[in-house]
Each structure stands twice: as structure tokens, then as C-alpha cells.
Design a protein around this ligand. Structure first.
Ligand code: PRP
Length: 224
């Protein structure tokens, strides 16, 4: 056990990390240190299981994994698509479910239908570009924003937005609608390409244990 090398996990800070740790606990992977509130520690170790964990901002998780600073990452599908890193996506963890959508006021539906040259505000310029240029073959102007994307069509910055919709309440409270759906999203497990070869046995076992835990939970509450 002692000479076994550490497997390092990069977790997306916030709700995704908490849900990941809950899922890991169900298969016997624990990390007590990481649960301590108000800690300024950046890296957490489970010596016994030879595991390390750290928390990172979502868009940085695929970067750590591509470069091998983490063997395994847990991150939203939105970030995977946007970052376009050379990593393996191996498992849908089933939580953090939401949708990437084109949203705006109802009048904007016609502009989308007639392939007008419109402005699209988004935190996800690559996803928006791929959707409009490669899937819809519509030329648009993409404007990158960093948050509160719903503001853009309200204040006249853009006709539509490309953004995440979870409950739909942000749209509703601002008089906006889902006009088109780009793709469904959820938390995914990603793996460094070299780690997948070098640590194949451990990683494959981890994936199958997680898959069984996820399927078990989905079967139990009847949801998917
Ligand atoms: C996300 C997303 C939407 C909202 C959707 O924003 O960009 O604004 O959540 O959730 P809902 O459908 O349940 O209302 P987030 O809260 O992450 O903050 P941001 O505006 O800074 O991106």
C-alpha cells in the first residue's frame, strides 16, 4: 500500500464538490480534512487510501487534468465543452443537471427562425459559436460576459443569451424565455490521458463502483 502512488482529484468548488464528496462516501472514499469549515488549506490527503483532493474553479479543473496535475477531475459538462481540453470524459455523475439554452424575449424567436444577424451574450463563447455556426449555420455576433447574463437582452446589449437554465426562475423573474435548447448538462468525471493508462486498474475500478452507486441511487428514488 505504501508504495502505491497517490491519485489526485480536482473538484469543482462549491455545490458540485459537496455532492461529489457525498457520492464518494457511498463507495467508501472519505476525506475528513476537506469537510472542515473555514480551513485555508488547499490540498487534502487521505493517507490510507492514497488519495489527494483539491478544490478549484470550474474552468481550471480540465486544465489541471490535461496537464496531469490532477489524475481525475469532477466538473460540469458546460465547462468541458467550453474549455475543449484533451481529457477523457468517462462518467455522468447524475447531479448538477441543467440545460444550456438560447434564451431571450419571445420576440427574439422570429430572429432566430429567420437566421438574422443577432448579438448573443454568453459566458460560454465556444459553446455559443459551435451551436450557431456549426449546428444552425447562422452568423451571429458573440459577446462574452462574466455573469448575470440575463441582463444583456433586458438592457439592450444583445437580442438573446446562451446560458445555463436550471429551475428557470431567473428567466421567469426577468421576463425571458427558453427559445432553443443547446444541450443537457450535468457533472462529469474526467481523466488525464496518461493516468488512464498508468493507473488503469484503479481508475477502472473507481468508475465501476461509482457507476453502481449512481445506478443504485437512481433506481431507489425512481429518478434518472
Ligand atoms: C446561473 C445561470 C443562470 C442561473 C440559472 O447563474 O447563468 O443565471 O444560474 O438558474 P435558474 O434557472 O435556476 O434560475 P449563476 O447563479 O451561476 O451566476 P452568474 O449569473 O454569475 O453566472
Amino acid at each position: 500500500m505504501e508504495d502505491m502512488r497517490y491519485l489526485t482529484f480536482a473538484l469543482t468548488k462549491g455545490r458540485l464538490a459537496n455532492q461529489t464528496l457525498e457520492l464518494f462516501e457511498r463507495i467508501g472514499i472519505t476525506c475528513e480534512e476537506i469537510k472542515e469549515k473555514n480551513t485555508r488549506k488547499l490540498i487534502f490527503v487521505n493517507e490510507e487510501q492514497r488519495l489527494k483532493f483539491f478544490l478549484a474553479k470550474g474552468p481550471d479543473v480540465p486544465t489541471y487534468v490535461e496537464y496531469g496535475a490532477a489524475d481525475i477531475g469532477i466538473v460540469g459538462k458546460d465547462v468541458i465543452l467550453e474549455e475543449g481540453r484533451n481529457i477523457y470524459e468517462v462518467l455522468d455523475l447524475g447531479f448538477g443537471r441543467c440545460r444550456m439554452c438560447i434564451c431571450g424575449p419571445m420576440e427574439a424567436k422570429e430572429l432566430l427562425k429567420h437566421h438574422e444577424l443577432i448579438r448573443v451574450a454568453t459566458k460560454y463563447p465556444h459553446i455559443a459559436k459551435d451551436y450557431f455556426y456549426n449546428k444552425k449555420h447562422q452568423t451571429v455576433e458573440i459577446i462574452k460576459l462574466n455573469g448575470s447574463i440575463e441582463l444583456a437582452p433586458i438592457v439592450g446589449l444583445s437580442e438573446v443569451i446562451c446560458d445555463i437554465v436550471e429551475t428557470g426562475s431567473t428567466l421567469k423573474e426577468n421576463g425571458l424565455f427558453v427559445l432553443e435548447e443547446v444541450c443537457p448538462l450535468s457533472a462529469r468525471m474526467v481523466i488525464n490521458q496518461v493516468s488512464m493508462k498508468m493507473e488503469n486498474e484503479r481508475i477502472t475500478r473507481l468508475i465501476s463502483e461509482l457507476r453502481a452507486a449512481i445506478c443504485g441511487a437512481e433506481g431507489k428514488d425512481g429518478s434518472k
